[in-house]
Design a protein around this ligand. Structure first.
Ligand code: CA
Length: 230
């Protein structure tokens, strides 16, 4: 059976064009014309991919993207954002918030279908988690839960290790405090005080990582990102 694609787009012409082309490819599709309906729709439906316009009435696409990536139940659904050329910065923010790809309007259906196929192929065959990770002076053995810097073993607490692992597994992407808290500590509703738990652990982790701590980037008022290339 072909995959199910949700389209969130308020412009009727574009939505109709998308629906036509997706159906022609055999995909099951649903169209929503505003951001408010997305979370309600996802309670009962599990799309394999979401095509998300950024300029939407009510809740805009970036907000929708952020909410989807924050929620553990929807965080793994790939998102392609649709942007107008003038929304270059929104595109970057969208990718930082966890969107998988973007496409600029006007676009050719053929290009969009190619992007969809590539993303679905990736999400259907996720790469196996590597046993070890190495960058700069830092080496991590995930199976042995061991970290070394320049060959010297670093002792991390289990939470610090988990935190580093989650950041590395999403390297290059910003992860919100709420996301980290939810993933590592399993708090469903994070409060102000609880999200500070993340900051405290980042601080002790950075201290232990010494020179390699530069790879953990703070994204102000949002969260953290791990950078491989510094
Ligand atoms: Ca729009």
């Amino acid at each position: 059976m072909k995959e199910f694609i949700l389209v969130v787009e308020d412009e009727v012409n574009i939505a109709t064009m998308l629906e036509y082309n997706l159906k022609k490819e055999g995909y099951k599709t649903s169209i929503l014309s505003n951001g408010e309906d997305v979370s309600r729709f996802l309670i009962k439906n599990t799309p394999n991919l979401i095509i998300l316009d950024l300029m939407l009435p009510g809740i805009d696409g970036l907000e929708v993207c952020k909410n989807l990536k924050k929620d553990r139940k929807t965080a793994s659904v790939p998102i392609i954002i649709l942007t107008a050329k003038s929304q270059e910065t929104d595109k970057i923010i969208g990718l930082e918030l966890g969107a998988d790809d973007y496409i600029t309007k006007p676009f050719s259906p053929r290009e969009l279908i190619a992007r969809i196929r590539a993303i679905l192929r990736r999400s259907n065959n996720p790469e196996k988690e590597p046993e070890t990770y190495n960058t700069g002076d830092l080496t991590i053995d995930f199976s042995k839960i061991m970290i070394t810097i320049k060959g010297k073993t670093i002792n991390l607490t289990s939470k610090e290790f988990e935190l580093l692992k989650v950041l590395i597994n999403s390297k290059g992407r910003v992860l919100s405090r709420e996301h980290l808290l939810d993933n590592i500590w399993g708090f469903e509703n994070s409060s102000e005080i609880e999200t500070r738990t993340v900051d405290v652990h980042i601080r002790t982790l950075r201290k232990k990582l010494k020179t390699e701590s530069k790879r953990i980037i703070t994204v102000k008022n949002y969260g953290y990102r791990f950078e491989e290339e510094i």
